[in-house]
Design a protein around this ligand. Structure first.
Ligand code: GLV
Ligand code: MN
Ligand code: MN
Length: 483
């Protein structure tokens, strides 16, 4: 999969809709629902939603837009309920791909999709799609969504806000009487987190079409030696196929994709800003490294006679920090999140060590240079310590993604019309949007989270911030569905 970046083509194509055609489309859409609007004043018109004035050039920010109703209490209740499907006690959440809790959580979300009137389908790896069919179903749909898997001992908002919030955004639009022109689709992506099989954004990576991943998944196993396909089958997926390329979507499937997510950083909260409009997602990479030595008795083998695989791992972990700090940019980060020693006994010299390294940067070239330095250090450490570097495997080495201009514009307009403050920002965390950008125009909406905490139980987003995010999402979806 390391060569995934070779297949990467950012889609930046602007939609070819002239102003005249746009007005025509809006007038048609408007007249289609205007009688409905006459009957019930609470029903919003296309004109109000679009923000593109049809009759009054000066009324592009209809006051009624700010009355979009988000049932935020109910959204919080759903987030709390979903968090109960966890393998660790509250307030932590642990929900790992294809476990019993993951299956129950998926059922919970499918039920909400059904209650929102969406038609639900699932693919062979368990990406779940809930579609609201638009007035012109043959057009490419506008999609939104995120993930609900949670790394060990994490919180209840990462990803979840973008799935349950997306369903609520659909409810907001439905309650208001809006009728989309393009279909709107909510997606729950399978395994954004790499916890079980070491592969991040597994579902969206496959949707975007990766032959290498399809091949790798035939032999991928988890730490218990359970194969990916067996695990998928135990959760009710991949029943009939070994060939997971059935999951791939073609480029015309969606005209745009927007993901709502907590910021996972402190900027919005610190600056008191309601919404972050993401312009780009940093380039992530992950690596697996193994050293092998002779091991032996912790008392009997004298220090000069040792080749300690554990110390080689420790030295490499420090080298990762050094290379990242020396990159010259604050944007380069590196983390050794997994470090395992074999046999793992206090009185045994480690004979094998296993490290997993996560490194990212907004600059892909600089990120790649740092990876090369990790490799050189691993070779040097193995040599000087007399251990064997038995594995240096780049699991993924993805390029960054940039948001599409028309999606940024729609998000900015929506935020302005809702009288919310906003800021353009980059995402240092990766998201399924990184891969959806390979299929369609992409954009992300960030909301503040407490102290920027994420991937830990203290993760928190306020009801008000979630409500703002859902409104911006709903209005952006509405706008994009009319384009
Ligand atoms: C996503 O969970 C990430 O690690 O950025
Ligand atoms: Mn996460
Ligand atoms: Mn996430």
């Amino acid at each position: 999969m390391a060569d995934d970046q070779l297949n990467y083509h950012k889609k930046s194509g602007k939609m070819m809709i002239t102003p005249g055609l746009l007005v025509l489309l809006l007038v048609c859409s408007f007249s289609a629902i205007s009688t409905h609007g006459d009957e019930d004043p609470s029903i919003r018109t296309m004109e109000e939603f679009s923000g593109y004035p049809i009759h009054e050039p000066d009324s592009s920010i209809p006051s009624s837009v700010s009355s979009l109703y988000v049932d935020a209490q109910n959204l919080q209740k759903q987030i709390d309920e979903l968090s109960s499907f966890s393998d660790t006690p509250a307030p932590s959440v642990t929900r790992v791909l294809y476990t019993e809790k993951d299956v129950l959580a998926r059922r919970y979300v499918k039920n909400l999709m059904g209650l929102a009137g969406l038609s639900v389908r699932e693919d062979a790896v368990g990406n779940i799609f809930g579609r609201w069919v638009g007035q012109e179903p043959e057009l490419a749909a506008v999609a939104t969504g995120s993930h609900i898997d949670a790394i060990p001992y994490s919180g209840k908002y990462d990803g979840v806000v973008g799935v349950l919030g997306a369903i609520e955004a659909i409810n907001v639009l439905k309650r208001s009487g809006f009728k989309p022109r393009r279909s709107l689709e909510v997606i729950l992506f399978t395994s954004e987190e790499p916890t079980r099989f070491g592969i991040s954004c597994l579902g969206s990576r496959l949707l975007a079409g990766s032959d290498n991943l399809v091949k790798a998944l035939r032999t991928t196993t988890d730490s218990q030696n359970i194969s990916f396909l067996d695990a998928a089958r135990s959760a009710g997926y991949a029943k009939y196929e070994d060939d997971l390329s059935s999951v791939f979507l073609s480029k015309g499937t969606y005209s745009a994709f927007i993901e709502l997510h907590i910021e996972q950083g402190p900027i919005l909260e610190e600056e008191g800003i309601s919404v972050g409009i993401v312009t780009a997602i940093a380039a992530p990479a992950s690596l697996k490294v193994e050293f092998e030595g002779n091991g032996g008795h912790a008392g009997a083998v004298l220090m000069p006679n040792r080749n300690d695989a554990g110390l080689a791992a420790a030295e490499l972990a420090l080298a990762v920090e050094k290379h990242v700090l020396e990159s010259g940019s604050i944007d380069t980060v590196g983390t050794v999140g997994i470090l395992e020693l074999h046999p793992g006994a206090i009185n045994s010299i480690p004979s094998r060590s296993h490290l997993e390294i996560d490194t990212r940067d907004i600059n892909e070239e600089r990120r790649n240079q740092v990876i090369e330095k990790f490799h050189q250090s691993a070779i040097r450490i193995a040599k000087t310590r007399g251990v064997r570097l038995s594995e240096f495997h780049i699991i993924n080495q993805d390029p960054p993604a940039t948001s599409a201009e028309e999606v940024i514009k729609a998000m900015e307009t929506a935020t302005r019309e809702l009288n919310l403050t906003s800021k353009l920002m980059i995402s240092r965390a990766y998201h399924d949007s990184l891969f959806m950008a390979r299929l369609s125009s992409m954009g992300m909406i960030f909301i503040p989270c407490y102290k920027g905490y994420s991937h830990k139980p203290e993760e928190f987003a306020s009801i008000q911030d979630m409500s703002n995010g859902v409104k911006v999402l709903a209005l952006t979806l509405a706008k994009l569905s009319l384009l």
